[in-house]
Design a protein around this ligand. Structure first.
Ligand code: ADP
Length: 670
């Protein structure tokens, strides 16, 4: 019997560091965290038993500093290092150096990571192990002419993939030969900046395909099992956003066949630990090997929910030399689990990552059916330095239908302000009829674009009543608070409940909804009973406000909602959306005009990559003007109308803060 570790170091941050610490603590293992300056107060630091600073915020100065991490591991006296995912998790040199310095790397042997590290080499190994591959080119030759020739031979559409790739970065679809050269240049550029390696492989771009992956586990005693599959077809920018297990509509035979192919892949490289073999599945149920991830995946919780196993516990046991906790026969698949990744991003702006402070966070209730894996809390910042994933919302129930019901409710109850998120978008996906029926493939978001981006009918009148009443309740609360500190608490001057000479209990609330100024009259008829009137509408309402929860009865219907005020913005959360109002202080003159939202400003902190238009040369609406890179993703700034660029204020290589005007554009006269 091997001995479990006494103390480990987690070389990661965010939700995965917290996730590992949770299990390690449950097993009685002491945890050492590492952090960057930006993460000094982060959750993973607070959860750990000890924490050490690595350096400045950029990952190359902190979470990627191998020597510093190993020095800390020595100083703290740990026996093993868990890399989480990302950062150093799939870096064979790191795994090797850990071993050399006498620390157990909680992951596969360095050689297995290296074998799978290049998608090219991985394909060659899989080909030899007779695991089916997508038709394509995975040779060493990288000359553009050779690549183009290979693409022509495969037949368009062709997919360009960085061999060192991950996270969908640098991947491009080429739909015909004429586009090939230009697309190759842009894919190589993104690959170079993301991975420091611009080698490409080519694959036939398959349409109507599903991403189905197998979770495998192997130990040092030659045992290997598969813990069934996950369907990760729901993606945007080739990156997963919703994952589920089991994959809808998969037969037991197919599951077994894919599971065994995955184990064959693991054996081919002498695998140990947690790994994922990713396949593409066609409508004809043919499957092709895509790649193997030699680490714990972001989406591992759905597998945990359907198997009842803790995969981090398995990792810790296997790394300490124990045999796998269960045999293939003992593993049972039960019920259905879904994971929705909550990202700081703007779906309506091509899913551009968002940054900022999480000014308000309200979570759904966590129980046996609902799990939240996160590394941030209210007032934390989503910064440009790290991945913009805020959390993972995971649900489980006896079948897919019931699990979806739970997910819908949990997404409704998940409220975030301060940073734009994809919560509403995720909800639109999961309630859409094709998703409900399990009709999913990797192009789901593109195929159902109109359905997913359809603007919901907003019941703004009801929301306006709620916003106005919240403003009135908050004024009252402020008055009580002020009066409590006054030498004359009963002075009428403290009664901000609308007390005015001659006009008892009538208050005016000035709100702006979609640039329209609306004057709302609120009359308190008696305690907690109001008449609210604006334009031609009038409502009778009873209610009260406690913290951010507004309880109201309108037309004999009692309901509770969350209403949050941050600076001048009042946000009312309704069932399907959140509605924002600007509250104008009646004592102040006209509100300052909100700055016009121009598309020619930097959408976020980034670097100018290239300029696409020429100064003084006419461009048409929608034409690209320049490309900016933010968080390793390229974003094209386009002309909002016909016109010409008078001047570019920045040039390739320049760093620009969010909101900076990038160029001077003159619209043509029409
Ligand atoms: P990364 O390692 O960057 O995540 P993957 O190779 O895992 O890239 O591919 C990411 C996603 O891109 C897949 O889940 C799938 O949706 C899509 N994809 C990959 N290869 C193909 C292909 N040959 N045809 C169609 N879609 C593909």
């Amino acid at each position: 019997m091997s001995n479990l570790f006494h103390k480990i170091l987690i070389a990661n941050r965010g939700e995965i560091a917290c996730r590992v610490i949770r299990t390690a603590h449950r097993m009685g293992i002491i945890c050492v965290a590492v952090y960057s300056d930006a993460d000094e107060y982060a959750q993973h630091v607070q959860m750990a038993d000890e924490a050490y600073c690595l350096g400045e915020a950029p990952v190359k100065d902190s979470y990627l500093k191998v020597n510093k991490i190993l020095e800390i591991a020595g100083k703290a006296g740990v026996e093993a290092i868990h890399p989480g995912y990302g950062f150093l998790a799939e870096n064979p040199q790191f795994a090797e150096t850990c071993a050399k310095k006498g620390f157990v790397f909680i992951g596969p042997p360095a050689a297995a990571i290296a074998a799978m590290g290049s998608k090219n080499a991985a394909k060659t190994i899989m080909e030899q192990a007779s695991v089916p591959l997508v038709p394509g080119y995975h040779g060493e030759q990288q000359n553009p002419a050779v690549l183009q020739e290979a693409a022509d031979a495969i037949g368009y559409p062709v997919l360009l993939k960085p061999t060192a790739g991950g996270g969908g970065k640098g991947m491009r679809i080429v739909s015909d030969a004429a586009e090939f050269k230009e697309t190759l240049v842009s894919a190589q550029r993104e690959a170079r900046s993301s991975f420091g390696d611009d080698r490409m492989l080519l694959e036939k771009y398959l349409t109507q395909i599903r991403h189905v992956e197998i979770q495998i586990f192997a130990d040092t005693h030659q045992n290997a099992v598969y813990l069934f599959e996950r369907d990760c077809s729901l993606q945007r920018r080739h990156q997963k956003i919703i994952e589920e297990a089991p994959a809808p509509g998969i037969s037991a035979e197919l599951r077994k066949s894919m599971g065994q192919a995955a184990i064959q892949a693991a054996h081919a490289i002498g695998y140990v630990g947690a790994g994922t073999v990713e396949f593409l599945l066609t409508p004809e149920q043919d499957y092709y090997f895509m790649e193997m991830n030699t680490r714990l995946q972001v989406e591992h919780p759905v597998t945990e929910m359907i198997t009842g196993e803790d995969l981090v516990e398995w990792q810790l046991r296997v790394a300490s030399g124990e045999a796998l906790p269960k045999t293939q026969e003992a593993l049972q698949l039960s019920g259905h689990a879904l994971e929705a990744r909550i990202y700081a991003e703007e779906p309506e702006h091509d899913f551009l990552p968002a940054t900022g402070v999480l000014q308000f966070v309200e979570l759904p209730k966590v129980n046996d059916h609902v799990r939240i894996d996160t590394g941030v809390v209210q007032n934390d910042e989503v910064s440009v330095y790290y991945d913009p994933m805020i959390s993972k919302l995971i649900v489980w129930d006896t079948n897919r239908h019931n699990a979806l019901r739970r997910l819908k409710q949990a997404l409704t109850d998940y409220r975030i302000l301060g940073v734009k998120t994809n919560i509403e978008f995720l909800k639109k996906i999961i309630v859409s009829p094709p998703f409900q029926q399990g009709l999913i493939d990797t192009r789901f978001v593109e195929t159902h674009h109109d359905l997913l981006f359809e603007k919901a009918e907003e019941n703004w009148e009801k929301a306006l009543v709620m916003a106005a009443l919240t403003a009135v309740f908050q004024r009252k609360q402020a008055a009580v608070f002020q009066a409590s500190g006054s030498p004359d608490p009963y002075s009428p001057w403290h009664q901000l409940n609308g007390w005015r000479m001659m006009e008892p209990h009538l208050q005016t609330v000035l709100l702006v909804y979609k640039e329209e100024h609306i004057e709302v009259f609120v009359e308190e008829i008696h305690a907690q009973y109001f008449l609210v009137a604006f334009a031609e509408h009038s409502f009778e309402a009873r209610g009260h406000l406690k913290d951010n929860t507004l309880s109201l009865t309108i037309d004999d219907h009692n309901f509770q909602s969350t209403v949050v005020k941050i600076k001048k913005t009042l946000t009312v959360f309704l069932e399907s959306s959140a509605i924002e109002f600007i509250l104008i202080d009646p004592d102040l003159a006209e509100s300052e005009e909100e700055e016009q939202e121009g598309s020619l400003t930097a959408p976020m902190n980034g670097t100018i990559v290239t300029i696409l238009a020429e100064v003084e040369t006419p461009v048409e609406k929608g034409e690209g003007l320049l490309v900016i890179e933010a968080m390793k993703m390229e974003h094209t700034i386009r002309a909002a109308c016909d016109g010409r660029v008078k001047e570019f204020y920045f040039f390739p290589g320049d760093l620009v803060p969010e909101g900076t005007e990038l160029l001077n554009f003159e619209p043509s006269e029409t």
